[in-house]
Design a protein around this ligand. Structure first.
Ligand SMILES: NC(=O)c1ccc[n+]([C@@H]2O[C@H](COP(=O)([O-])OP(=O)(O)OC[C@H]3O[C@@H](n4cnc5c(N)ncnc54)[C@H](O)[C@@H]3O)[C@@H](O)[C@H]2O)c1
Ligand SMILES: [Zn+2]
Length: 489
């Protein structure tokens, strides 16, 4: 029988008392926060009074904004070699006809082989779909959906990075809802944003990057080619049933993939921690099913975001520079899931909203270490390049949080003044990126001032995330943010 502290011990993989302290901290925080919500909406104690300059508590009207948040997380199992259990899991679920999804590159690598060995050993029938597109599009989603519909599968296994896990979530959703139009479940305003009410089949996600945290989230992102921007499907119903986080898989990741997927973790943590607080988000849903997956920052997501950020600060550079640094790579694999738990419920904001046209409008850029036959701006790179400009812009809404994160990332904030929070965090991020030889801004990806109107146009429909920015932004603001991101150093 697992106790809660045992559970945390195995999740954290630290094998020391830190995990027990952490579990206790989470419980105390949860209890305190619960009291806060139900008894003391205007609590002025130190743990609540300093957080946001907008003043914590309910909106002045008290009617239109949300008053609750919900944590939805996949089950997660962590451990070196844990992938070999996947066949047993499927057997325990009673699965008899399984779809194994991956991309062409990974289909030749040990993570997929390990999964197939486990399925064979446990007598599970399966078919492989290895046509996942790296940075998927509507078309590539549709191809996977067709495969899933024809296969009439009773369970799915996704082995890969965010591209594979997201494709598999979409395949499971539309195969379970065969009469739906593709745009039915896509987030508004691009799609209809219908709530998912059909039951889905079990999906086991085996993440091989570190990473998107997609193994924990109810989100699937794709490039909507008609508009040349990314958008997504966001519903708790599509989150994987189980995430098998096996740090052995990170040994195969090329440095470029470690760096870019690590920047994604960095931005998930920073954006979810600085997002609009959940009780300032409107409208208040009329039914729990209408409460979005991305709800705004909240006390539970905050814990995961800050914890993930500390790991990024400690291990990302090491993980990129030395493939044999098992400790660094394993910790980044966990940080990806931690940040996923945070942003999967709090959401992300401007770096992500602005990244979608940066990826979608790619011209000829080819990223180092990405074994694909098409131009591509890796997701993590597309989010991190605007981060100095974005956090300079948002800092005035919660300067303490911006300063705190700069401190975690290595800045000396002992004598810092709150009005300088934005520039301090921005400089810290620039230094972090420079140390890792990251391209010098959007110009290095082939963008120029002439592209800014198209980049802004592609950001405007990203309300699912841009509305979670703590500071509202006009088209002029977005133009200025893109312009400031053309060159970083
Ligand atoms: N659903 C979510 O919550 C969420 C969150 C963030 C990003 N995303 C999406 O995820 C996608 C990006 O995913 P990603 O960054 O994980 O990368 P990815 O899935 O796009 O893979 C990138 C490349 O790395 C290779 N690769 C992956 N793991 C490897 C390994 N262990 N060894 C060797 N090669 C490996 C892949 O074959 C591919 O060529 C984007 O489409 C992004 O929008 C989704
Ligand atoms: Zn991301």
């Amino acid at each position: 029988m697992f106790t809660s502290s045992y559970y945390f011990d195995s999740i954290l993989g630290l094998g020391c008392n830190v995990s027990y302290i952490y579990a206790a901290y989470l419980l105390v925080f949860w209890f305190h926060s619960t009291l806060f919500f139900f008894c003391f909406p205007r609590c002025q104690c130190p743990s609540h009074s300093h957080t946001y300059s907008q003043a914590p508590g309910f909106s002045p009207s008290g009617k239109t904004t949300d008053y609750a948040f919900e944590m939805a997380v996949s089950n997660i199992r962590y451990g070196a070699g844990v992938t070999k259990e996947v066949g047993m899991d499927l057997q325990n679920m009673g699965a008899t006809n399984v779809c194994l999804m991956t991309d062409k590159n990974l289909s030749q690598l040990p993570p997929v082989q390990t999964v197939m060995d486990s399925l064979v050993k446990n007598g599970i029938n399966f078919k492989v779909y290895d046509n996942v597109r790296v940075e998927p599009t509507q078309r590539s989603f549709m191809e996977a959906i067709e495969f899933a519909k024809k296969g009439a599968f009773d369970a799915y296994v996704a082995v890969g990075g965010g591209s594979t896990m997201d494709t598999c979530k979409a395949a499971n959703l539309y195969a379970s809802s065969p009469h739906s139009e593709f745009l039915d479940y896509v987030s508004a305003p691009i799609g209809k944003g219908k709530p998912v009410t059909v039951p889905l089949k079990p999906l086991i996600a085996v993440p091989t990057t570190s990473g998107t945290g997609s193994e924990t989230t109810g989100v699937a992102v794709f490039d909507y080619e008609h508009l040349k921007v990314k958008t997504g499907i966001a519903s708790r119903a599509i989150k994987p049933t189980l995430g098998l986080i096996d740090p052995l898989h990170t040994r195969h990741m090329p440095d470029g993939v470690v760096a870019n997927s690590g920047f994604d973790v960095l931005c998930h943590a920073l954006e979810s921690y600085t997002a609009l607080p959940y009780h300032m988000r409107s409208p208040c849903p009329s039914s729990p099913i209408a409460r979005p997956a991305y709800q705004g920052s909240n006390p539970i997501s905050d814990i995961w975001a800050v914890h993930a950020l500390r790991i990024v600060a400690k291990y990302l550079k090491r993980a990129v520079r030395n493939p044999d640094d098992v400790e660094a790579r394993s910790n980044m694999h966990l940080a990806s899931a931690f940040a996923g738990i945070g942003f999967g419920n709090a959401g992300v904001h401007l770096c992500h909203g602005m990244s979608y046209p940066i990826s979608g409008l790619v011209k000829t850029y080819r990223a180092k270490d990405y074994n694909v036959d098409h131009p591509l701006v890796p997701h993590g790179l597309s989010v991190v390049l605007t981060s100095p400009a974005v956090f300079t812009f948002t800092a005035q809404m919660s300067p303490e949080r911006h300063l705190e994160t700069a401190g975690i990332l290595g800045a000396d904030i002992r004598t810092a003044r709150t009005p300088d929070a934005g520039p301090i965090l921005a400089d810290t991020l620039r230094k972090f990126l420079f140390d890792l030889d990251v391209d010098d801004g959007l110009a290095a990806l082939g963008y120029s001032k002439a592209d800014i109107p198209a980049l802004v146009k592609g950001t405007l429909p990203q309300e699912r995330v841009t509305k979670l920015a703590p500071r509202p932004q006009s088209e002029e603001d977005l133009s200025a943010l893109f312009e400031a991101s053309m060159k970083l150093y």
